[in-house]
Design a binder for this molecule. Structure first.
Ligand SMILES: [Zn+2]
Length: 288
């Protein structure tokens, strides 16, 4: 008899173990069993409630399936037209030197470059400030640009570089208060939309325009020089004249964006904006 009891217990414990690892369908059966049992504890009584929650889950799951099915065709479309949103096809590397940041492609609020340094160049203001920083590669390139400019008797001054998400928030809110949302949105980036958050942009000016960020800087010797030479150091004039509807920003002859020498030269020679250049590039890539 004792041996029989042992075998029975062994079989029972195996069944219990197996059921424990089994599917939801098995659990329902178990719950039913618990409910009909006369030795139900308070804990066990609560279990059917949990299970009734579980019963609702398949409905939610099936909804999710429907959503997934709805998403898939649009994903296929995105692959057909990569210009729509490449973010669906591969994760974005926000540290990429050629990262395209604009109103449609903002940076996440927690993005912060890890290699920020202060370039050894002339700033129009003294003291420590976040906006003196740039990413290392861009800072070194800007030092070379400033050095060459100086040799040509071009006296540039750095005005504003890295801009954290927090500071963008403060700046944008201040501009909205002063000018209203619509106007502010044409010249001030919403938080996350500023290229300055990449650490790859620097606004520059000169004494002739009182170191201001003004469109007349484009007419100065300094403004002309960077327009013609910035690409040789890896920078582009990111918001050119006549491209306002494409970039989403007014003409900013002072805003330098580092993209690396090769890309900067290609963009400069094509006379396109970064937006146009990448669209063309993606299209020619997909059609080949
Ligand atoms: Zn700028």
């Amino acid at each position: 008899m004792k041996l029989h009891t042992f075998i029975l217990l062994a079989i029972l414990s195996t069944v219990v173990l197996f059921t424990g690892c089994s599917t939801i369908a098995f659990n329902y059966t178990d719950t039913d069993t618990v409910m009909t049992s006369s030795s139900v504890t308070n804990d066990s009584i609560e279990k059917p409630l949990e299970d009734s929650d579980t019963i609702q889950t398949p409905d939610i799951d099936s909804t999710q399936d429907t959503v997934a099915i709805q998403i898939e065709p649009s994903l296929a479309n995105v692959e057909d037209a990569p210009s729509d949103s490449p973010s669906y096809t591969e994760p974005i590397d926000y540290n990429a030197i050629d990262i395209l940041i604009n109103k449609q492609n903002p940076l996440p609020s927690d993005y912060e470059p890890t290699d920020l340094v202060i370039p050894d160049i002339k700033f129009f203001f003294d003291g420590e400030h976040e906006k003196k920083h740039m990413r290392t590669e861009a800072a070194q390139a800007l030092e070379q640009l400033f050095e060459m400019a100086k040799e040509k008797n071009i006296h540039l001054f750095a005005v504003s570089g890295y801009r954290s998400y927090k500071r963008q928030e403060a700046i944008f809110n201040r501009n909205v208060k002063k000018h209203g949302f619509e106007k502010a949105n044409t010249f001030s980036a919403q938080p996350g939309q500023s290229e300055h958050q990449t650490g790859l942009a620097m606004d520059v000016s000169c004494s002739e325009v009182d170191y201001r960020l003004t469109q007349s800087f484009g007419k100065t010797q300094e403004g002309q020089w960077i327009k013609d030479n910035a690409h040789s150091f890896g920078f582009i004039i990111r918001y050119p004249k006549g491209k306002e509807t494409i970039t989403g920003y007014m003409y900013e002859p002072w805003h330098l964006r580092y993209v690396g020498k090769e890309l900067a030269t290609q963009i400069y020679e094509s006379e396109l904006t970064m937006e146009e250049f990448f669209n063309d590039y993606s299209n020619s890539k997909s059609s080949s």
